[in-house]
Write a protein that binds this ligand. Structure first.
Ligand code: ADP
Ligand code: ASP
Ligand code: MG
Length: 608
């Protein structure tokens, strides 16, 4: 029997009784012959309570003081759990992040782990002790270097990341995340009551789901598990059910030094066999995307990137890419359907179809870009510096894809490989065998994010480098951007060709984002910057959707049948995200979830 890292979340240690039950479980694991390192969260909702206290005192508390405050929550739990173990005759010791030596960057409230000292952990394990470590926290700076030593935290939900990082550093046999649901479900059971438990999910899928709102795992924990090949299991702290395995391919060996800050980008992926179809000025009403992609699906046309965004008040542009050899077929489907989408059959300037044959899709991929807004901006600047014009942008938290002219493809790839210091490869998931297994579901799960706001920047001059400048301004303020979409249409404004750019940002950042962009607007030559906080993002994720036509159509159709209008669409190879009106979010998640047959027959119990 080997070393196991177990992590218990807030609800699982929310009361004295629960701490005692957790101690019992740990004691059993030790009696079965295992060495155990335990990572715990603050009790119940105590971190939220601390955040509330801070907000009562200051509307803009210092990030250093927030770390000082929030790190106390976990310190309570480690001491109590250690005492509960002692009561059972189990040798145990509690340690804060600083006492272990979980060394992080100095970036308060979102620090990344640089390395973990293992000496003290090894010594206590050799003494037969269970080690109870405070999750979510670390320490930055070094006495030896004459630096200030500071307590840091990893970001909300970060105890999962502490646990997986400890498992990597200690080369544990596995990392078990104990929580208040039976494992990873097809959606959040608090929002979708008939969500079904999955036996397993790949790291790639979980990474997307976690960054799209499935709070059951911290995305950075999934990233570390994938990078270091950690066996990761999510299970209930109330039962002995096996829970869900998060599977990862055999990793490339990598050093433990710079654990979370190795390259933010793992790969530059490309696909030069793409063509684009754009449908401009379609009415902003439910059912349009469903009709269009439904028709493409009946022709078995496989669509790759899809982006849609609203422009000029009340009409949308929808653009998508297909394999080059299917362009003619796709174009004729769209030409055929376009008149039916016009408000007046004679209004020829509505639902105009544009195609472009030779385009390449270039993506940067890697979970290291989560929470690092400079990465996407760096991609746009590097492309601008190489004189490459970006046609479409579609982003997820772990991937940014741009389409460019095919003739610019090689230059774009070389520039990005150099900029991010990585090698390029054809789209990684395209090569994967996983999705070809007949039992791989097209859609593994669905998620809802209610914390985003939409930002629209009008009349952005259509020149290379403008996207780079805009996103650099946001990055300099630490604002992460998701779902960046630039309009397909360009139009003349003050004698310049311009486009609109829309993106989503965290609601908490929306006002600041608008203010900094508005302040820079005249220098950039852009128009007004508009914010809409009343949005919800609904997403579906699954490796099985690659090369299976019609998945997007099913999603759009289900929303259309429920009368829900889609405001924005952005996709990656394994996810489709739609922005809808905020008050339709929960309904949208539920209809999409059942449209993919994800609902289980058993109702999952969620403890209070
Ligand atoms: P912990 O305190 O144990 O870390 P969290 O609240 O961070 O617990 O995460 C568990 C919660 O995640 C569940 O109670 C559930 O509401 C939510 N959740 C969201 N999406 C999913 C999903 N796909 N599967 C399971 N739980 C999910
Ligand atoms: N206690 C912290 C939070 O509530 C960290 C965690 O629970 O993972 O965000
Ligand atoms: Mg959590």
């Amino acid at each position: 029997m080997g070393l196991i890292v177990q992590k218990y979340g807030g609800t699982s240690v929310g009361s004295v009784e629960r701490i005692q039950a957790v101690a019992e479980r740990i004691h059993h694991a030790v009696q079965a012959g295992n060495s155990v390192i335990v990572v715990v969260s603050a009790m119940g909702k105590s971190t939220d309570v601390l955040v509330g206290l801070a907000n009562d005192i200051s509307s803009n508390p210092s990030r250093r003081e927030m770390d000082m405050l929030l790190s106390t929550g976990e310190q309570v739990t480690i001491a109590l759990l250690s005492m509960a173990l002692h009561e059972r005759g189990q040798a145990a010791i509690s340690l804060t992040g600083a006492q272990v030596g979980i060394v992080t960057e100095a970036d308060h409230t979102r620090a990344r782990i640089l390395n973990i000292k293992t000496a003290r952990l090894e010594r206590h394990l050799a003494e037969g002790k269970v080690i109870v470590v405070a999750g979510f926290q670390g320490i930055s700076g070094s006495w030896e270097q004459g630096e200030d030593v500071e307590i840091t935290t990893l970001g909300r939900g970060g105890s999962d990341t502490s646990a997986v990082a400890l498992a990597a550093a200690m080369q544990a046999e596995k990392c078990e995340i104990y929580t208040d649901v039976s494992g990873i479900l097809t959606s959040d059971p608090r929002v979708v009551p008939n969500a079904r438990l999955m036996d397993e999910i790949t790291c790639d899928e979980m990474l997307e789901l976690a960054s799209l709102g499935a709070s059951v795992l911290h995305p950075r924990a999934v990233e570390i598990a994938r990078n270091y090949g950690i066996t990761l299991v999510v299970r209930s702290s109330w039962t002995d059910e096996p829970g869900t395995r998060v599977t990862s391919p055999e990793p490339h060996p990598r050093p433990l030094e710079g654990l979370e800050i190795a390259n933010p980008v793992d790969a530059v992926e490309f696909d030069v066999d793409q063509a684009k179809v754009a449908l401009l000025r379609v009415p902003d009403r439910p059912g349009v995307a469903a009709q269009l992609f439904g028709e493409l699906a009946t022709q078995a046309l496989n669509v790759d990137l899809i982006i849609q965004s609203i422009h000029e008040g009340n009409s949308n542009d929808i653009a998508f890419t297909v394999r080059s050899h299917t362009l003619t077929q796709a174009e004729s489907v769209v030409e055929h359907i376009a008149p039916a989408l016009r408000t007046q059959p004679t209004a020829a300037d509505e639902a105009e179809v544009q195609t472009s044959g030779n385009i390449a899709k270039i993506s940067i991929a890697g979970a290291g870009m989560i929470g690092r807004p400079g990465v996407a901006a760096g991609m746009f600047s590097a492309l601008a510096a190489a004189g490459v014009n970006i046609q479409m942008i579609s982003t997820s938290e772990v991937k940014v894809s741009c389409t460019v002219a095919e003739t610019d493809g090689n230059r774009a790839i070389a520039t990005l490989c150099q900029h991010f210091d990585v090698t390029s490869s054809p789209a990684r998931l395209d090569q994967s065998k996983v999705f070809k297994a007949p039992d791989t579901p097209s859609v593994r799960g669905a998620a809802l994010d209610l914390e985003q706001a939409q930002l629209a920047i009008r009349y952005v001059p259509d020149e290379p480098g403008l996207a780079a400048r805009i996103f650099q301004i946001l990055a300099d303020r630490g604002i992460s951007v998701d779902m960046i979409i630039q309009s397909q249409r360009s139009r003349l404004h003050n004698d310049k060709m311009t486009r609109d750019i829309a993106c989503t940002v965290a609601q908490a950042d929306a006002t600041l984002a608008r203010d900094v962009l508005q302040a820079a607007a005249s220098e950039l030559g852009c128009g007004a910057v508009l914010v809409n906080k009343a949005i919800a993002k609904v997403s579906v994720v699954g490796i099985g959707m690659i090369h299976r036509p019609g998945i997007a159509a099913v999603m759009f159709q289900s929303l259309s049948e429920a009368g829900i209008n889609i405001q924005m669409i952005a996709t990656s190879e394994i996810k489709i995200s739609c922005v809808v009106q905020e008050d339709k979010g929960i309904e949208a998640l539920n209809v999409v979830h059942s449209a993919f047959g994800l609902a289980g027959s058993e109702v999952v119990e969620v403890p209070a």
